[in-house]
Design a protein around this ligand. Structure first.
Ligand SMILES: Cc1ncc(COP(=O)(O)O)c(C=O)c1O
Length: 448
């Protein structure tokens, strides 16, 4: 199979960057000093001017197996030649069933059906709609409330935005969904600063759900959705016991619990899903990103058998759930997904992440005495480093860090406000962890 190899030297640059309105991007700043990528292999991105950047972000929490994986590229190419597109409504193709079974086998016991979509946002909205519909078909249609959490991120659909808890993502978009409430964020710097793994403080914050149940009535609440580790707002691991407590309360009140594992799925926390790490089985898990190693858009929801079964009633020729996407289980994405899961299994990458976690945590914590470091949090192969904001206001230091990493230090990282997020591919070596930390230290000094 002839799959062209990544660009290794300078690539053509478009002379007009104006037309593309870039998502979640400071467009004017970017277009003045673009960060253009032309290739990627292993732990590195290659810029249009031929520089090799070490990738401390797995792209955007996606490429857990590293870049330029040949078997994934070949699987996509083969599939494009064999079956470019298959309608997912009323038709199927073999790989979609195979991938669903493989994902269900990785999920906690009891979660054994998979609904496919194309992104984390669609996965979150799908899970929320499934929760509402499930209660409806069981004759509990009064359960319409959805509970999210402050500082949560569940993508940009109206559902995900509504249960999400990031103010700038919400405030321009009107009233969003009605009947949504939020738990408090679990982060508290005073009690949790410089914690490796799960903070001791904060399990009691799950009890807020009891307060919301008291306020609204359990029989009005459909579901609670949380990330086991809130990634987009700066790596906020769950406090010890928090998720267990949420599970107990949701179970006691017939409320569905959804874990949004778009980031934490597929090895980021050293397990196939974070649910396994925490020993807590939710009713649904959303996934995306790592399922295809970022090589093709795909998302989905894994759910409990009895949720699925609740819909399997009535005449057999009738569609049981009026929901889905033209590109659900797209052949190219399922091909990428199967090849990706083979790599995770064959290279034992989830186990690798688990084994590397203590070394990664120690390495990142070595930055704690750098001036301007307010807190460092680590969990799995993930870390958040809070920096003192610049005098020019919140977010400027973060933006400067991103630019300084890219232009001056051949480093790709992610920022959330003034927090640096490190989430390297799970293939990262100990030497490369050291290299990343050295570069981050330079960025912190340069932006102080
Ligand atoms: C937890 C979580 N949910 C949902 C999403 C949205 O995914 P997408 O950008 O693929 O729509 C993200 C993206 O980072 C995420 O981190």
């Amino acid at each position: 199979m002839n799959v062209s190899s990544p660009i290794k030297s300078a690539a053509a640059v478009p002379n007009d960057l104006d037309a593309f309105w870039m998502p979640f991007t400071a467009n004017r700043a970017f277009k003045k000093a673009p960060r253009l990528l032309a290739g990627a292999e292993g732990m590195h991105y290659i810029t249009v001017d031929g520089r090799r950047l070490i990738d401390a972000a797995a792209g955007m929490w996606c490429t857990n197996a590293g870049h330029g994986r040949r078997t994934i590229a070949e699987a996509i190419a083969r599939q494009a030649a064999a079956l470019d597109y298959a309608p997912p409504f009323q038709f199927g193709h073999p790989q979609s069933f195979e991938l669903a079974s493989r994902i269900a086998a990785l999920a906690p016991d009891g979660l054994d059906h998979v609904f496919f979509c194309n992104s984390g946002s669609e996965a979150a909205d799908t899970a929320l709609k499934l929760a509402l519909a499930y209660h409806n078909v069981r004759g509990e249609g009064g359960r319409t409330r959805l509970i999210g959490r402050e500082r949560g991120y569940h993508g940009v659909g109206f559902g995900g935005t509504s249960v999400g808890g990031i103010v700038p993502n919400r405030k321009l978009f009107g009233t969003l969904l009605a009947g949504v409430d939020h738990l408090s964020a679990t982060y508290n710097r005073e009690t949790q600063a410089f914690t490796k793994g799960e903070p001791e403080w904060g399990a009691h914050l799950a009890d807020e759900l009891e307060r919301l149940v008291g306020l609204h009535g359990a029989n009005t609440i459909a579901a609670v959705i949380v990330e086991p580790m809130a990634g987009s707002t700066g790596v906020l691991p769950s406090p010890k016991g928090y998720l267990k407590r949420l599970r107990e309360i949701t179970q006691a009140h017939g409320i569905l619990l959804i874990f949004d594992e778009v980031i934490t799925g597929f090895g980021r926390l050293g397990h196939a899903f974070a649910a396994e790490r925490y020993g807590v089985t939710p009713d649904m898990i959303t996934f995306a990103k790592g399922v295809t190693n970022g090589a093709a858009p795909m998302g989905g929801v894994v759910l409990r058998a009895d949720l699925y079964d609740a819909f399997m009633n009535g005449p057999e020729h009738v569609v049981e759930l009026c929901h889905g996407y033209t590109y659900s289980a797209h052949p190219l994405a399922t091909a990428a997904g199967l090849a990706t899961l083979d790599i995770y299994r064959d290279e034992k990458l989830f186990e690798r992440a688990k084994a590397l976690e203590p070394k990664f945590a120690d390495a990142v914590m070595s930055l704690r005495d750098q001036s301007g470091v307010l807190d460092i949090r680590t969990v799995g192969l993930t870390a958040g480093i809070d920096l003192t904001p610049s005098k020019e206001g919140p977010g400027k230091r973060g933006y400067d860090s991103l630019a300084c990493a890219f232009h001056d230090n051949d480093l790709m990282l992610r920022v959330a406000g003034d927090t640096l997020a490190l989430t390297p591919p799970l293939i990262v070596s100990e030497d490369q962890i050291g290299e990343i930390i050295d570069k981050v230290a330079k960025v912190i000094r340069a932006t102080a």
